[in-house]
Ligand binder design. Structure first.
Ligand code: THU
Length: 135
């Protein structure tokens, strides 16, 4: 199934009884496989997980750690905007040029790169500084 179709299909399975906001995400791995995830909420609200986290977990569980494309969809007025935490999670496994498409159910699409999705991302370069030995 295509990246887009997978995201739309998995969204149907979202468990979102508290927000009633179903989200579907799909990532294309370097190996060419599509992995999908949906949000899974919990009565203990902070324990809920986002769709993007589910898709990433499926990819990593299958033994892959590089994604080359991302698609996220929800029933929002504007294409759904991934939360800050999910932007960082996606950045972990993509690179600055990874294409990210955000969508809603009305056919509105917003396509951008990972660098545009998360400008100024925290990365390993921030930990390589000479400042590490200061204390
Ligand atoms: N949510 C996602 O799964 N991904 C996003 O990109 C935005 C928000 C979920 C979390 C929660 O289950 C619901 O949407 C409302 O915030």
């Amino acid at each position: 199934m295509s990246l887009e179709k997978s995201a739309f299909a998995v969204r149907e399975n979202a468990y979102a009884p508290y927000s009633n906001f179903k989200v579907g995400a799909a990532v294309l791995s370097e190996g060419g496989t599509v992995y999908a995830g949906c949000n899974v909420e919990n009565i203990a609200y902070p324990e809920g997980t986002c769709a993007e986290a589910g898709a990433i977990a499926a990819m990593v569980a299958a033994g892959e750690t590089k994604l080359t494309e991302v698609f996220v969809v929800a029933d929002s007025k504007q294409p759904v905007s991934p939360c800050g935490g999910c932007r960082q999670k996606l950045a972990e496994f993509g690179d600055k040029d990874t294409v990210v498409t955000l969508a809603n159910l009305d056919g509105v699409r917003l396509t951008m790169t990972m660098a545009e999705l998360l400008p100024g991302a925290f990365g390993s370069d921030h930990m390589d500084a000479d400042h590490q030995d200061r204390d």
